[in-house]
Ligand binder design. Structure first.
Ligand code: DOR
Ligand code: ZN
Length: 357
């Protein structure tokens, strides 16, 4: 289908299955961007301290709801932070608890606020078995932390060293390879589907739009630094194929990860791209670039809900091909700002609800 002449597209309200909202005053500033665009989001638990129990997740969820603007259509779902000491019983509680969707596996030291993460995966089998038994999905930050492994190979090595053996031990465990960045990750998910294993992957908009050159475009670009780090063009092409033609195991997860401008533009800057300000528009742009706008709805609004066993959203949203200028920054808590992706540049798709006659 030729979608190059489509200038307006209406889709079922999409969901964001991987989102960082932070906490406190900063959360209030960022959550509105997601609530304007998405029906639901899976909220990541890497706060300081991390969200390790069902009780903590529920109170975090209450804080999110309290921070929402008046329009309360946004329904946050929570991921719990898996640690070396997560009790097996917490997994049962998570399975029973409404709005608790999954556990998030951070290999200790892999990324922002992952110090409390898992140090030895081989000591976690009783917890993985409980997740299998109670049908609680495991969302995975798929990178090894071994400093001798090249940073661009950490996803591939994680697949070989961790995911392949994990899948052998736990054939029924639902696994989501979060923010997949490589063709190796895409191939792993496709192979898993062939073997009828319940494995899926989220794909970010920035990984669909940028390759690793963007980190060094005319100088060091801290706002393009995230983890897993952006990869070379061949991987971006594989991700574009997966998002548009890879089938139901690939779905939208922005991994919008705000950090204060001062923490990004620093000698040792934090990892994370803030994309919630254009959470769906950036995907529309990526899909339009490869003439696949007709595939956007399934990726953004159906596949994730289906994988998680949730009903699809009922409302709709309309996007129009109309460029808008991204502001240089957005407010972020009491005295900070956050720099959004594409700051000071144009994005070619807009929300129709934002258009003024
Ligand atoms: O770039 C990233 N930022 N990757 C992650 O895994 C975590 C995230 C964050 O929380 O800032
Ligand atoms: Zn993340």
């Amino acid at each position: 289908m030729d979608t190059t002449c489509i200038n307006r597209i209406t889709i079922t309200r999409p969901d964001d299955w991987h989102l960082h909202l932070r906490d406190g005053a900063a959360m209030k500033d960022v959550v509105a961007h997601s609530a304007e665009r998405f029906g639901r989001a899976l909220v990541m638990p890497n706060l300081k301290p991390p969200v390790v129990s069902v009780g903590q997740a529920w109170s975090y969820r209450e804080r999110i709801l309290a921070a929402l603007p008046d329009d309360p259509r946004f329904d946050p779902y929570m991921a719990l932070y898996l640690t070396d000491t997560t009790p097996v019983d917490e997994i049962r509680r998570a399975a029973m608890g409404p709005h608790i969707l999954s556990f998030k596996l951070y290999p200790a030291g892999a990324t922002t606020n992952s110090d409390a993460g898992v140090t030895n995966i081989n000591k976690m089998h009783d917890r993985f078995e409980a997740m299998e038994r109670w049908e609680v999905p495991l969302c995975v930050h798929g990178e090894v932390t071994d400093p001798s492994v090249d940073i661009f190979d950490r996803e591939l090595v994680f697949i070989e060293r961790v995911l392949v053996p994990l899948r052998k031990e736990h054939p029924a465990l639902k696994i989501v390879l979060e923010h997949v960045t490589t063709k190796d990750g895409v191939n792993f998910v496709i192979d898993e589907e062939r073997h009828r294993h319940p494995t899926a992957a989220t794909i970010t908009a920035h990984n669909l739009l940028l390759n690793r050159n963007a980190i060094f475009q005319g100088g060091v670009r801290p706002h393009h630094y995230c983890l897993p780090v952006l990869k070379r063009e061949a991987h971006r092409q594989a991700l574009l194929w997966a998002a548009t033609h890879g089938g139901p195991r690939f779905f939208l997860g922005t991994d919008s990860a705000p950090h204060a401008k001062s923490a990004k533009e620093a000698a040792c800057g934090c990892a994370g791209c803030f994309t919630a300000h254009a959470g769906i528009e950036l995907y529309a742009e990526a899909f339009a670039q490869v003439n696949a706008l007709d595939k956007l709805e399934a990726f953004a609004s159906f596949h994730g809900a289906d994988f998680y066993g949730l009903s699809r959203n009922t409302g709709t949203m309309t996007l129009v091909r109309k460029p808008w200028l991204v502001p240089p920054s957005h407010e972020y808590g009491e005295s900070e700002v956050v720099v959004p992706l594409r700051a000071g540049e144009y994005i070619s798709w807009s929300l129709e609800s934002r258009m003024h006659p």
